[in-house]
Ligand binder design. Sequence first.
Ligand SMILES: Cc1ncc(COP(=O)(O)O)c(C=O)c1O
Length: 415
Amino acid sequence: MLDEVIKIVENHHKWRRKECINLIASESVMSPLAEKLFVSDFEGRYNEHTSGNCHYKGTKHSYEIEDLCNNIFRKKFNTRFADTRPLSGGIANLTVYAAFTKPGDILVSPGIPNGAHISHTRWGLAGVRGLKNVDMFFDKEKMNIDVEKTIEIIKRVNPKIVMFGASMFLFPHPIREIRESIDENIKIIYDSAHVFGLVYNEKFQKPFKEGADIITSSTHKTFQGPQGGIVIGNNNLDEKDWEKIETALFPKVMSNTHIHRFPALSVTALEMNEFGEEYSKQVMRNAKALARALTDQGFEVLCPDLGFTESHQVIVNVKEFGGGKIVANTLENCNIICNKMALPTDSPHDALKNPSGIRLGVQEMTRFGMKENEMKLISSFFRDVLIDEKDVEKIKEEVTGLRKQFPQIKFCFKV
Ligand SMILES: Cc1ncc(COP(=O)(O)O)c(C=O)c1O
């Protein structure tokens, strides 16, 4: 049994870390230094606290590292308010719901068919809080929120929260235009889980400057830290509102925090301060390059007239190849890993059973040093397997061969 445990870990690590081209848009890998600091005695300790008033003993270094970590984000976002305790992006959202809403309140978000995360809906954590979600009006051609019609919806349903950000997220959301036209008491939350690595580097969009009250996020997608979450408040947020978030975090939503995340998260943020400009630019270049190359190979990539994407994501309609579920399976057989994705044009049945799209993210392969040329090679694998139906085993060998040329994690400090 023990051998089996070790073998499973080794098999997974070898396959996903060394042989696969990972295009899952919500994943990444930590830097060697962050990974090294992830395992320490902090793992297994407790540090529940209320504004630094620690309820356990033995926590002087635990609080020190948590405060240091929060301060890096406070400085970067030019704000007094940042808390890295949430265990995930979903928990960061739940914290905000617990702070600003009561059961029965309404939340307006982009909506599941348009790429919203399940935690923005009654079927996920918004539902755990007893919230009702109402969808924004979505322009399927532009793959973005229709400003005027969404303002009408917000005025009609009078929500407590308007949630921007999504899991399928190609273009910046119109925060400013909507903020200017709605009741100032409505809290604007920007869920930057997917694009946090870009937003941290002032790319894609600047949620606070555009009018968001709060940013929630995961810390492990385009921001390539340990799996976890964060809540950041706009510096102009009322102190009392921030207190509501702090008490929502502890004791309501969480008790212990996973302290061992903080050193790794701090290192990742410091690496982003050092290398993030170059990294985020390359991510955005690679996404556009992959979209262009896939189009040239004959695939239907969404939004060609809008330059395909401004984020790390590329969305491809693969209905003619059997749909996203089948295509993602076929690609996995060749060591290319990606997700199926429902498109706004899918019927509810197709969206659930076999959506038309796949969602590709270039952040992890960018992390390993791949550039525009490699994006072209990846697009040729897609053609080989899906259009030309060449031998899967042979393509898999070529994919693994390309992957092995990029063993080193870039944009990070040397260990
Ligand atoms: C937009 C969005 N918000 C929240 C989450 C949840 O993040 P986590 O998996 O860290 O809980 C996700 C997950 O992919 C997401 O896409």
